[in-house]
Design a binder for this molecule. Structure first.
Ligand SMILES: Cc1ncc(COP(=O)(O)O)c(C=O)c1O
Length: 457
């Protein structure tokens, strides 16, 4: 995990940063508590050991991975200045970097004229998109699929906007027949289209939703917090590819650089196709925005103080790994999907497992076969625990039975959901580890199914 070379590079960059301020008079900067720095930092490192090894290819559980070294270093570098991107007064350089980096993200979706900025993460970005949706269609409903991120319902509650869920099909995608029927009844302001659901990475059928927008007037908000970067991947199945190809037709898009964009946490992004929605942010503050007539990011953002360091990290990462099809960054996303497909093929052929559907992105779900869905659910939890003892870290998820119908065969359906295993294969290097992951999963499953794991407790 430790990368000594990069610390040397950080030191050089810090010296360069310092040189920019060399003409200032010396000052005595006594730092409170500095003599115990080493001791306290060591104690911090010790506390941080109590974490799953998110950086390792055998951590194949939730959507977690460390940032790219350039992001980590650029972030650290910027904290020596600690710019605040609320206003140009607080972060002139990093505000410019944010505008450039966000324009590159928008460009990925084909947008050149847009409004957008970084924010704390996917929840904050979605809040902002739904806030604008509510301003444009006050009192009209927000619809999202039952597999959309749970915060859409909660955010609508915060904004006091009425919210309704739409069912999904057997592939975990928003059911457009059900949506069509709901739209006939009217009163819908915005439909949230999830471009990569949190649980299964399912991609809602955006082309069909766009066709419905031709008939009924509503806004489309694309929650691409997880999946957005897959617009660059060239190994998706046709339906997902077609959905991503049209994402630029949505009215707003959320994408999380802190998920697939190699950034540390605290980096979400919201984009609006119509820059005119900026009028909803208008406010009169007597104490900010005096340094220039140029646009301050705080004038188009709900949050005030925001880390300029996030912008520096994102800007640097995109300089190193540009957001383009066929580039190194895009290849990394493609590798994640390849890993998910490789493991899916192994699971499908192995009678010890049941699978739901082919992963559309890089998220895989599966469960052990048993006499009943409740027995399978209990075994999933056991496999999750025993695999962790072998250093293979998976996640568990609770998914509706109709996702599994095709492979349940004679299993008794005594539950409405199946507790299954879920693996987010978002680290490109996991492709080389697919065989090892499979070996550990296979050994763990044999141990659990033979009852040895229970006997050892
Ligand atoms: C599709 C989707 N939307 C929104 C979110 C919320 O993002 P955050 O955790 O960054 O607030 C997530 C998080 O997993 C997500 O997968």
């Amino acid at each position: 995990m430790l990368d000594h070379a990069s610390l040397g590079i950080l030191l050089q960059a810090l010296q360069k940063l310092d040189a920019g301020f060399a003409k200032l008079p010396e000052f005595d900067s006594s730092i409170p508590g500095i003599d115990r720095l080493e001791e306290v930092l060591a104690a911090t490192a010790e506390r941080l050991q109590d974490n799953y090894p998110y950086f390792h290819p055998l951590y194949a559980g939730q959507m977690l991975k460390p940032p790219h070294p350039v992001a980590r270093l650029a972030y650290a570098l910027a904290t020596w200045i600690n710019p605040n991107n609320h206003a140009l007064d607080g972060g002139r350089a990093t505000s410019a970097m944010e505008k450039e980096a966000v324009a590159e993200i928008a460009g990925m979706f084909g947008w050149t004229h847009f409004l957008g900025h970084l924010c704390g993460g996917g929840t904050m970005a979605n809040l902002e998109a739904l806030w604008v949706a509510g301003r444009l269609h006050p009192r009209k409903k927000i619809l999202a699929s039952v597999q959309a991120h749970y915060t859409h319902g909660r955010i609508s509650g915060v904004l006091q906007l009425p919210f309704e869920s739409v069912p999904t099909d057997a592939l975990g995608r928003l059911d457009t027949d059900a949506l069509g029927k709901r739209l006939e009844r009217g009163d819908v302001g915005t439909v949230v289209t999830t471009m990569g659901t949190t649980a299964t990475g399912s991609v809602d059928p955006l082309p069909k939703i766009l066709a419905l927008r031709e008939k009924h007037e509503f806004r489309i908000h694309a929650d691409a917090a997880y999946g957005g970067y897959f617009v660059l991947a060239e190994n998706l199945d046709p339906e997902a590819k077609q959905a991503f190809a049209r994402i630029g037709e949505a009215d707003s898009i959320v994408i999380d650089p802190h998920k697939h964009g190699l950034q540390p946490y605290g980096c979400g992004c919201v984009l609006f196709r119509d820059p005119g929605v900026g009028r909803h942010y208008k406010h009169d503050s007597p104490y900010t925005y005096f340094s220039s007539a140029e646009m301050h990011l705080g004038e188009i953002s709900l949050e005030c103080s925001r880390p300029g360091a996030s912008a520096a990290a994102l800007w640097a990462t995109q300089k190193l790994l540009p957001l383009k099809k066929g580039g190194e960054f895009a290849r990394g996303l493609e590798r994640g999907r390849k890993t998910a497909l490789a493991l899916f093929e192994k699971l499908k052929k192995d009678s010890r497992f049941v699978t739901a559907f082919t992963p559309e992105l890089d998220i895989l779900v599966f469960a052990p076969r048993a006499n009943s869905t409740s027995a399978s659910s209990a075994l999933s939890r056991k496999i999750f625990e025993v695999a962790a003892k072998r250093d293979l870290h998976l996640a568990v998820a609770e998914l509706p039975i109709h996702f599994w119908e095709k492979s349940l065969d004679g299993m008794k359906r005594d539950r409405e959901t199946l507790t299954c295993l879920r693996s987010v294969l978002m680290k490109p290097e996991q492709l080389q580890w697919a065989d090892r992951i499979w070996e550990l999963l296979s050994e763990t499953t044999s141990e659990v199914l033979s009852g040895k794991a229970a006997a050892q407790e």
